[in-house]
Design a protein. Structure first.
Length: 256
């Protein structure tokens, strides 16, 4: 793994080996993400993208006790740094650990963390969820727009079970993902409306075509009903939908 932040909070180390997912059930297309195209288009693609993250912060803040002086948050799919920098700049006493398997996206997160001046409270890991220390438990976690990149129900369950095992009882999870039943009769209507939104927002037609073609191919969305069932099976309760925009949904849940 190349030049990442690890060890103590904000300590930079180089372990000389690069983590891949070739032998892991969590194989994702995210590994080789085009960070520049992603950065330019994601806010245009999802109506209310910033609002979704603002609500994420408010739900975490409302759930986590203010008198806990050692709050540690886990950000899964931390590449890009959106959640890390938002939470780190709003909560000066929170410690943040981010994990991602895409090194280019993790490098971008590192850059944003440094620019925000919060490197001393952030650790970034180029690892998969099961590679995090089992005895290092967190007060809350986020998983924003990454679950649909995990291929297959078993792999999604594998991820969520390991995520639950890294959280303290009562810890909140904020999860957002593309939740769609590709066989639903409403699917074409929803996609046509989403396309219209993207075109009006300035997304290029070829970018829309790539995105639409990726659903069910390089990404693996599941329906909201299946997602809620998975969360319950993996040790979460009080599962509540807090955001929705076309097929993108946000959920709040509590670790049992």
């Amino acid at each position: 793994m190349k030049d990442h932040i690890d060890g103590t909070w904000g300590e930079k180390r180089n372990h000389g080996t690069e983590c891949t997912l070739s032998d892991n059930p969590l194989s994702m297309s995210w590994e080789n993400a085009d960070i520049y195209r992603y950065e330019q288009s994601i806010t245009l693609k999802i109506p209310g993208y910033a609002h979704m993250h603002d609500l994420m912060d408010k739900l975490l803040t409302a759930t986590i006790a203010d008198n806990n002086a050692d709050i540690k948050l886990l950000v899964t799919g931390a590449g890009g740094g959106t959640e890390i920098t938002l939470l780190g700049t709003k909560h000066a006493d929170w410690l943040l650990a981010g994990m991602d398997t895409s090194q280019p996206m993790l490098d971008l997160a590192k850059k944003r963390v440094q620019e925000a001046g919060i490197s001393n409270r952030v650790k970034l890991h180029s690892v998969t969820i099961e590679q995090l220390p089992e005895d290092d438990l967190y007060d809350g976690a986020t998983s924003m727009l990454m679950l649909h990149f995990i291929q297959g129900l078993e792999a999604k369950k594998f991820f969520l079970m390991h995520l639950a095992s890294r959280l303290k009882p009562g810890a909140p999870l904020i999860l957002a993902s593309v939740n769609a039943d590709l066989d639903s009769p409403v699917y074409p209507v929803m996609m046509q409306a989403w396309r219209e939104h993207m075109m009006q927002a300035g997304v290029l037609a070829e970018e829309w075509e790539r995105f639409a073609a990726s659903l069910g191919q390089t990404s693996d969305p599941v329906s909201a009903e299946i997602l809620v069932k998975l969360l319950a099976e993996c040790g979460f309760s009080r599962i509540t939908r807090y955001f929705g925009a076309f097929w993108v949904e946000g959920y709040y849940a509590i670790r049992d």
